[in-house]
Design a protein around this ligand. Structure first.
Ligand code: SF4
Ligand code: SF4
Length: 198
């Protein structure tokens, strides 16, 4: 009994002699394989070979320090609120006397974590930050074997004092212009002289 009209008639054609020996089809397949030898490879030998990246590529985050080496983040939580993936968590701390060289403002992020497995690298945290503290960079997130290793803390996020990260390349013209305004400069490179208390 025919229940629907979606059934297809299966061809039961008798194979010819050339089809039975498969040789023409094998030769056809070999020619296709051979033709790929002369085509441009779609893959690269990573990590020896790297693909060029767009200047606006959004990779691993950095928590920037100011021109004196103090952490810019004031633990306001704006980045966490803006994050659509709920990837950012933090705990704030009060700056103590004598810690002015470590933290720029009275409040700082005692703990700051980003779950890289949740992050979708949208860049909204960067846009939300009123302190020019968090930026996405052209760095790739490392490969890990354990899930907990993808939770990046301050040890991986805060830039090293003697190894500043230049984020100017991936800024749009509008943002770059805005950041020329005195007081909003985020990327003054540390020259090793300005830092106090080190
Ligand atoms: S890049 Fe987007 S998803 Fe990742 S932490 Fe920032 S706001 Fe969240
Ligand atoms: S990174 Fe910026 S937005 Fe996020 S808590 Fe720190 S100062 Fe606030």
């Amino acid at each position: 009994m025919k229940l629907t009209n979606r059934s297809k008639v299966v061809s039961n054609k008798v194979m010819s002699t050339s089809e039975k020996i498969y040789l023409p089809e094998i030769i056809k397949g070999m020619l296709i394989t051979g033709s790929h030898l002369f085509k441009r490879r779609a893959t690269v030998k990573y990590p020896d070979e790297l693909r060029p990246m767009a200047p606006v590529y959004r990779g691993q985050h950095v928590l920037k320090r100011d021109e004196n080496g103090a952490e810019r983040c004031t633990s306001c939580g704006m980045c966490a609120v803006a994050c659509p993936a709920e990837a950012i968590t933090m705990e704030s701390g009060e700056r103590k006397k004598g810690e002015e060289h470590l933290y720029r403002e009275e409040k700082y992020a005692r703990i700051y974590e980003i779950n890289m497995l949740r992050c979708i690298f949208c860049g909204l945290c960067e846009e939300a930050c009123p302190k020019e503290a968090i930026f996405l960079t052209d760095r790739l997130v490392d490969v890990e074997f354990e899930r907990e290793d993808f939770i990046y803390g301050k040890d991986k996020l805060v830039e090293k004092i003697d190894k500043r990260i230049d984020v100017t390349k991936r800024q749009t013209i509008e943002v770059a212009e805005f950041k020329k305004i005195p007081g909003t400069k985020h990327n003054t490179l540390w020259n090793g002289k300005k830092i106090k208390g080190h």
